[in-house]
Design a protein around this ligand. Structure first.
Ligand code: ZN
Length: 177
């Protein structure tokens, strides 16, 4: 951050009185610009023994496969965000189930929430952020072309739970890219 979003003055990085971390502080209007982790919400759209993946038409990780997910918007819930991202990226209608995985991604200042979801029909197609949308059985998952660690971890967990016949909530930390 270079300039104050309140008054346009140049900000400085310093530890405010009573705080313990450096913040961007505006010396003109006194606003402290806190920066906190962002939430990424998405889902695993299921159809019979398959899951829906999207091939990314945008950077980062252009051309690689991911579950529909993206940054939560102000004014929406995590479930609404997951359903919106699924519509935007795959034009897919879903019924959201429970929260399935939660991953802290501290090096990226993000927390990822992935829900289980049921596809309501097969009338999906690539949204503007996707090159391709496709259902994959476990044997066909393109493991060497998965875009994100959290998506890979969620898919591995999903198919492992499916083999075990029981889906439980999982959470963990992803500390490397
Ligand atoms: Zn200011």
């Amino acid at each position: 951050m270079n300039f104050c979003s309140e008054c346009g003055s140049a900000v400085m990085l310093c530890v405010p009185t009573g705080d313990h971390l450096p913040r961007y502080v505006c010396p003109e209007c006194g606003t402290i610009h806190y920066q906190n982790p962002k939430m990424v919400v998405g889902c695993i759209p299921e159809w019979e023994d398959k899951v829906l993946l999207c091939r990314r038409a945008i950077e980062p990780r252009y051309g690689l496969w991911t579950l529909p997910a993206g940054f939560m918007e102000n004014g929406e819930t995590t479930l609404e965000g997951a359903a919106r991202e699924t519509w935007e990226e795959a034009r897919a209608r879903i019924e959201i189930g429970g929260l399935y995985t939660l991953y802290n991604v501290p090096h990226a200042n993000q927390v990822h929430f992935l829900f289980r979801a049921r596809l309501l029909d097969l009338d999906f197609q690539p949204g503007i952020e996707s090159l391709e949308t496709r259902l994959f059985a476990e044997a066909d998952i393109p493991w060497d072309k998965i875009a994100f660690r959290t998506v890979r971890a969620t898919l591995e967990q999903y198919f492992s739970d499916r083999r075990a016949g029981s889906f439980d909530f999982h959470f963990g930390d992803i500390r490397t890219r």
